[in-house]
Design a protein around this ligand. Structure first.
Ligand SMILES: [Zn+2]
Length: 145
């Protein structure tokens, strides 16, 4: 695929990830993720509490509960419970991954991460680069999404 065409697809998938993030019940931060393999969407996710728990992500003080799963973790786990695998896949995410999720991304076999907004702590991104996972910052404009 040529570069311009790749960028066109990257933007479209990232817009979908953004749309997915809107489904999150979390108030502080809404993050969406899409996993694409061989030009097919194999998974999606947004940040939220585990299955069977109340939807509210924040406690009474407004802090995010520790057991809230991040969007990319949810998307990776969805693949884990299917017959698919993340090997060689691309992750599209609205916020660059944290350290914890970066480990999952690499270990799941994801080879490329396209993100919209850079998270203040870049240790996740630095870890991914070290692990040989390609990271790509694609700041799509608000009015486009
Ligand atoms: Zn995370």
């Amino acid at each position: 695929m040529n570069e311009r065409k790749q960028e066109k697809y990257d933007k479209a998938y990232l817009r979908m990830a953004k749309e997915w993030g809107k489904l999150s019940y979390c108030k502080r931060k809404q993050v969406g993720a899409i996993i694409v393999k061989d030009r097919m969407i194999i998974s999606d996710g947004y940040n939220g509490t585990p299955t069977g728990f109340e939807n509210f992500c924040e406690d009474e003080e407004g802090y995010t509960k520790w057991y809230v799963l991040h969007a990319e973790a949810n998307a990776i786990l969805k693949v884990a419970s299917s017959t698919q695998s993340c090997e060689g896949a691309t992750l599209y995410i609205t916020l660059s991954p944290c350290r914890e999720c970066s480990k999952l991304i690499h270990q799941a076999g994801i080879k490329r991460v396209v993100y919209q907004t850079a998270y203040k702590d870049d240790s996740g991104l630095r870890f991914l680069e070290r692990a040989g996972v390609e990271t790509y910052h694609l700041p799509i404009l608000e009015e486009m999404v």
